[in-house]
Ligand binder design. Structure first.
Ligand SMILES: *[C@@H]1O[C@H](CO)[C@@H](O)[C@H](O)[C@H]1NC(C)=O
Ligand SMILES: *[C@@H]1O[C@H](CO)[C@@H](O)[C@H](O)[C@H]1NC(C)=O
Ligand SMILES: *[C@@H]1O[C@H](CO)[C@@H](O)[C@H](O)[C@H]1NC(C)=O
Ligand SMILES: *[C@@H]1O[C@H](CO)[C@@H](O)[C@H](O)[C@H]1NC(C)=O
Ligand SMILES: *[C@@H]1O[C@H](CO)[C@@H](O)[C@H](O)[C@H]1NC(C)=O
Length: 196
C-alpha cells in the first residue's frame, strides 16, 4: 500500500498528540486502526508496536501480516516481505530467512516454497542453484530424483554408452567417454557430450 507523505505525517502528528503508554516493543502510543505508522501494528488492542521480523505491517490496517511461503523478512519495522530468489526457497509462513536449495535440487523461479529434485540424467552438486548439470558420456545420474553427483558407468555394463536420462544402458550413441563429469567449483557444468 502506498502512502502520500502528507497522510503519513498527519498520522504521526495524531499519534504524537495522544497519551503515550510504555511498551517494550515500540510505539508506546495509544492506537486506533488507521493511526499506526507504516512498519508498525496494533499490539494487544491498545498500542502501536514495531512490526516483528517475518511480518509486514502496512500501518493503516493496524495488522501484522506473516510473510507468505516463498517470502521472508529478516528485519523488524517492515512494510513488505521479500521474495526468495532463484536457487532459494522458504516453505514456512512468517519466516525471517531464506533457505538455499540443498545439493541435488534446484529452483529456477523466484518466490517459491520448494526446490525440485535433480531428475534421472541430471545432477546438482552445489546448494543454492537455479539450474542443473547434465551428465557426460560414460557417466550416469541414475536416481529418479535428487542426484547430487554423476556416477561412473561400471559394473555389468562398464563399456556401455550411457543415455542421458537413463543411466548406463546399451544405447550406442557415438561420443568419447569423459574422464570426469564433475561440476566445477565455480558452479559451471561440464559440457554435455551427448543427448538423447
Ligand atoms: C494486554 O492487555 C491486557 C489488558 O488489556 C493486560 O492485562 C495484558 O498484560 C496485556 N498483555 C501484554 C503482553 O502486554
Ligand atoms: C528468526 O526465526 C527463527 C525461527 O523461527 C527464530 O528462532 C529467530 O529468533 C528469528 N530471528 C529474528 C531476528 O527474529
Ligand atoms: C524499529 O525502529 C525503532 C526506531 O528506529 C528501533 O528502535 C527498533 O529497534 C526497531 N525494531 C526492530 C525490530 O528493528
Ligand atoms: C570410470 O570407469 C572407467 C571404465 O571402467 C575407468 O577406466 C575409469 O578409471 C573410471 N573413472 C573413475 C573416476 O572412476
Ligand atoms: C569455471 O571453472 C572452470 C574450470 O576451472 C573454467 O574452465 C571456467 O572458465 C570457469 N567459468 C567461469 C564462468 O568462471
Amino acid at each position: 500500500m502506498l502512502f502520500s507523505s502528507s497522510f503519513v505525517s498527519a498520522a504521526f502528528m495524531m499519534l504524537s498528540s495522544v497519551t503515550a503508554l510504555p511498551h517494550p516493543e515500540g510505539g508506546g502510543l495509544t492506537a486506533r486502526a488507521g493511526l499506526c505508522a507504516p512498519g508498525s501494528y496494533i499490539f494487544n488492542g491498545t498500542t502501536c508496536a514495531f512490526c516483528p521480523a517475518g511480518n509486514s505491517c502496512d500501518g493503516a490496517s493496524g495488522r501484522a501480516h506473516p510473510c507468505r511461503s516463498g517470502h521472508y523478512q529478516p528485519s523488524g519495522n517492515s512494510t513488505s516481505c521479500i521474495a526468495t530468489v532463484p536457487g532459494y526457497f522458504q516453505n514456512a509462513k512468517g519466516a525471517n530467512s531464506t533457505i538455499p536449495c540443498p545439493a541435488g535440487s534446484y529452483q529456477p523461479y523466484p518466490a517459491q516454497a520448494l526446490c525440485y529434485g535433480a531428475p534421472m540424467g541430471r545432477f546438482q552438486s552445489m546448494p543454492g542453484q537455479a539450474t542443473l548439470c547434465g551428465t557426460c558420456c560414460g557417466w550416469a545420474a541414475p536416481l529418479e530424483s535428487s542426484n547430487i553427483s554423476p556416477v561412473n558407468c561400471t559394473g555389468a555394463t562398464p563399456n556401455a554408452w550411457p543415455s542421458s536420462g537413463s543411466g548406463c544402458i546399451r544405447d550406442t550413441i557415438p561420443c568419447v567417454r569423459a574422464t570426469t563429469c564433475a561440476q566445477f567449483m565455480n558452479g559451471t557444468c561440464p559440457a554435455e557430450t551427448f543427448s538423447g
